[in-house]
Design a protein around this ligand. Structure first.
Ligand SMILES: NC(=O)c1ccc[n+]([C@@H]2O[C@H](COP(=O)([O-])OP(=O)(O)OC[C@H]3O[C@@H](n4cnc5c(N)ncnc54)[C@H](OP(=O)(O)O)[C@@H]3O)[C@@H](O)[C@H]2O)c1
Length: 235
């Protein structure tokens, strides 16, 4: 498997941090972004400025994303192979569809949907410099309309992940002539600050499995939605 250049959002902790660890351990170059990279001791342990770099990026800020693109162009003038849109936030539970405040919906959407759109749009020229052209959106099974068949204690989050899935679909159609591969992957229920301690999977197991799935992506997978085991999921 040839090595690639990855750019990841939300690398300070949780799934993003583990993605940096495992992708770098496989010999890839990883540009790990975070709102406050210096504030994550775990991330700083991995940074060597040779194969692992850290860059400041807040997905809610246009200026921050533009500055991150400039930094990435300095670090890797040849571009990047893969953009992983990993950062995400969840609403406090219970946040129910008929009572959760509109401001809360805006905040969740600003990070989980608009943030992904903003980062992706700004990074397209960096991705276009290479032929790989992969965008991996870390979605969720809670974004599947077909699987949403019970009372929902986190409606703003679930709706945001459904919107993210639609962004994956739209983008995969819009960029297919340019040979992009755009996918949405559910990492499983993972032990992180977001997933909680009761979750089913460690970050190590979820990420090891996802990385195998990533390595198999080809342009035929453009528009794919599936889970960490590589199984397709219903939209
Ligand atoms: N854990 C699960 O069970 C699970 C299940 C399905 C999907 N997911 C998805 O997996 C992804 C990672 O989740 P996780 O479990 O690793 O969550 P986490 O431990 O809560 O980490 C979230 C990451 O997102 C970053 N982030 C939040 N707002 C940001 C912003 N405005 N700009 C840049 N980065 C921002 C956080 O950075 P700071 O440290 O600066 O806050 C942190 O690095 C999310 O998209 C989540 O929806 C998780």
């Amino acid at each position: 498997m040839s090595s690639k250049i990855y750019f990841i959002t939300g690398s300070s902790r949780g799934i993003g941090l583990e993605l940096v660890k495992q992708l770098a351990a496989k010999g890839n170059t990883v540009i790990a972004s975070a709102r406050n990279p210096e504030g994550s001791a775990e991330l700083q342990k991995l940074v060597d400025d040779k194969k692992v770099f850290s860059v400041k990026l807040d997905v809610q800020s246009d200026a921050s994303v533009k500055a991150a693109v400039d930094k990435v162009n300095e670090i890797s003038p040849e571009g990047i192979d893969v953009l992983i849109n990993n950062s995400g936030i969840i609403a406090p539970k219970p946040s129910v569809s008929h009572t959760a405040k509109p401001e809360l919906w805006s905040d969740i959407y600003e990070t989980n949907v608009v943030g992904v759109v903003r980062v992706t749009q700004h990074f397209l020229p960096v991705l276009r410099k290479k032929d790989t052209r992969q965008v991996i959106n870390i979605g969720s099974d809670s974004g599947s309309l077909e699987l949403a068949n019970r009372a929902d204690l986190n409606a703003p989050y679930h709706c945001s992940k459904a919107a993210l899935n639609m962004f994956t679909r739209c983008l995969s159609h819009d960029l297919q002539n340019e040979k992009f591969t755009i996918v949405s992957i559910h990492p499983g229920w993972v032990i992180t600050d977001m997933g909680g301690k009761e979750a089913a999977l460690t970050t190590e197991d979820s990420v090891a499995s996802m990385v195998k799935v990533f390595e198999g992506y080809t342009q035929k997978d453009n528009g794919w939605y599936g889970n960490w085991k590589g199984e397709r999921m219903p939209w």
